[in-house]
Every structure is written in structure tokens, then in C-alpha cells.
Design a protein around this ligand. Structure first.
Ligand SMILES: C[S@@+](CC[C@H](N)C(=O)[O-])C[C@H]1O[C@@H](n2cnc3c(N)ncnc32)[C@H](O)[C@@H]1O
Length: 162
């Protein structure tokens, strides 16, 4: 017999930056589901192997020090068939723009909290063993005077812990 009992989702939000974590802590009580805000970094997600249904990465894989290690950690905690939902700015497919991003990255990292404008996130997600499902790639400009930057928005499925 199938149970009709609904399980409430539990959200664990990781934010190592003190200021941004204080903003998240202030907003968490207003959420419609219980949200626990933790100072842990994504390299050490406080969750058991294969215990998580979905991970959301929004403009974070650009900023982590070791992107491959973080993707491996996300895969460790996701159950087989679990979802990695992502929204990230990524390396341009235009060679000249990608070279400009490579030149900009060392300085940009220092002033923008470790952000790398030149990362090919989709390849990294695939290399970590995920199967990319629907993926949209589009240009987005934060200001009319700033050129659009390539972004990806989509979902990938985890095979479960390696
Ligand atoms: C560009 S900000 C994006 C903020 C927010 N996620 C958003 O979508 O607006 C990059 C974020 O990545 C976080 N971050 C950097 N390194 C991290 C790590 N190792 N683990 C988890 N979060 C990290 C920063 O603290 C910051 O909140």
C-alpha cells in the first residue's frame, strides 16, 4: 500500500561568507519550508552519502577554489537520480572573449570574492559524472553599458556517490 503522507522538504543553505550568511539568516524564517543556514563550505557538505534529493548552485561554482572537488562533493551527497540545478556565468564560446576572460581572471578573482569569469562549468559538470538534461545558454548583461556575459541555467542528474 502506498503511503499518502507528504514529507516536508528540509533545506540546508551553505554560506561561508559572514556578511552574506547574516543576510540569509535574516531571510530564512520567512521561507515556506524549514531552512537551516550553515557556515560550511561546499567542499564539506554536512550531509550523508546519497542522502540529498537536490542541490541548487546559483552563481557559486565560479567562486569556489576547487570546482572539481565541489562537484565531487555534490555528487557524494546526492542520491542516485538526484538533481543538480544550476545557474552560473560561464566562459565565452568566442575565442577572443574567452582570452579576454583569461586575462581578466587573476585581477577579478582578487576584487570579486574569488570569482573566475573563465570557467567552462558545463564541461566540469559532465566530467564529474552528471548527465546534463535541459540546459539553456544565454547572454545576460547586469547593466545596459556592460556587454552580455554567457550564462547557463539547467539541471543535471547524478548517478549517485562514486
Ligand atoms: C557571486 S556570489 C553569489 C551569491 C548568491 N549565490 C547569488 O546567487 O546571488 C558567490 C557566492 O559563493 C559563495 N562561496 C564561495 N566559495 C564557496 C564555497 N567554497 N562553498 C560555498 N559557497 C561558497 C560566496 O560566499 C558567495 O555567496
Amino acid at each position: 500500500m502506498r503511503s499518502t503522507r507528504q514529507l516536508s522538504p528540509i533545506v540546508l543553505a551553505l554560506e561561508p561568507d559572514n556578511y552574506l550568511r547574516s543576510r540569509a539568516l535574516a531571510q530564512a524564517p520567512a521561507a515556506t519550508v524549514p531552512v537551516t543556514v550553515s557556515p560550511e563550505a561546499a567542499e564539506h557538505i554536512p550531509a550523508d552519502n546519497g542522502s540529498v534529493d537536490a542541490v541548487v548552485a546559483s552563481l557559486v561554482l565560479c567562486s569556489v577554489v576547487d570546482q572539481a572537488a565541489v562537484l565531487a562533493e555534490i555528487r557524494r551527497v546526492l542520491r542516485p537520480g538526484g538533481t543538480l540545478a544550476y545557474y552560473e556565468h560561464v566562459r565565452s564560446e568566442r575565442r577572443v572573449l574567452a582570452m579576454a576572460e583569461d586575462l581578466l581572471t587573476p585581477a577579478w578573482q582578487r576584487v570579486a570574492g574569488g570569482c573566475h569569469p573563465n570557467r567552462d562549468m558545463l564541461s566540469a559538470i559532465t566530467a564529474a559524472g552528471f548527465t546534463v538534461g535541459d540546459n539553456q545558454r544565454f547572454g545576460f548583461a547586469v547593466h545596459p553599458l556592460v556587454p552580455p556575459v554567457a550564462h547557463i541555467l539547467g539541471r543535471a542528474t547524478s548517478p549517485g556517490p562514486a
